[in-house]
Design a protein around this ligand. Sequence first.
Ligand code: C2E
Ligand code: MG
Ligand code: MG
Ligand code: MG
Length: 289
Amino acid sequence: VAKKSGRGELRFFNDAMNAAAKDALVIDGALRGAIAGQEFRLVYQAITSAASGAMTKVEALLRWHSATLGNVAPDRFIPVAEDSGMIVEIGSWVLNEACRQLGVWKTGALGELTVSINVSAWQLADPAFVGLVQQALERNGLAPRQLELELTERVLIDNGSQVQSVLAQLRGMGVGISLDDFGTGYSSLSYLTRFHLNTLKIDRAFVMDIEHSERSNNLVHAIIAMGQSLGLQLVAEGVETAGQASILRQLGCHHLQGYHISLPIPADELPGFASRLKAGALPQLAASV
Ligand code: C2E
Ligand code: MG
Ligand code: MG
Ligand code: MG
């Protein structure tokens, strides 16, 4: 698009906007039947203790295979579902499905496990949310400590005082609250004390360069030190190499998550993964999902 006339640029801009709007419209339409059509499923990514290598929890990640569009990545459909408010219904499906799966795992070799789910602003603003969480836990015979909710900084600014009281209720029940993608959003340090958080997830963007960039290394070091002084658990996201894992361990990061340990995998593959991990087998990459 470089060096085009003003009119040409505008034209390009409009076309690009139209394409994006069309894409969103198509996705929006296809999403409407996705729950009823059983087009969603969850995959699970292990989070391990940096010190022992043991699996401490798993993050549930949503996958959508649309009958008309094929596989659509969360980064493409979650924003559309957030715009329309459909995320409330989808998020409630995620909550129930993750808790159902935890209930199944509880009776098998995995035993009691903690699952972390991603929650959008609209869900927290829904007055029914705390009740839905309570029901999902009770129905599946789960302890509240088995559930953790991942929020982004965006959620916290959007609805300050209302969110504060919802999070206080959830923490009061014993549900964990985790701040996702830390460092990429607004990163107001006041969030860390104002909201009832117990975990900080350091965004992949910082972990990525930790081996080669002194700046990233210093930044991650500072985030870990700050988190620790506030009594927060730290999870590094996007750990892809043994070198990154070793640096993070040295810096005192508590938990690791990323392709170096495991890709997100289907629920039925998790018991096998966990037993290979226990047996001390090297972290292996499962088939891509
Ligand atoms: P997130 O919560 O920060 O999840 C981490 C994303 O990074 C996941 O992408 C995961 O597959 C990917 N990832 C994990 N380890 C690595 C790694 O080592 N390297 C790289 N390059 N990537 C890694 P995914 O599954 O595509 O999800 C993208 C985002 O979509 C999530 O980011 C989350 O914000 C959102 N999302 C996913 N599932 C849900 C859901 O059920 N509800 C809501 N509201 N949002 C969701
Ligand atoms: Mg997350
Ligand atoms: Mg994240
Ligand atoms: Mg993210």
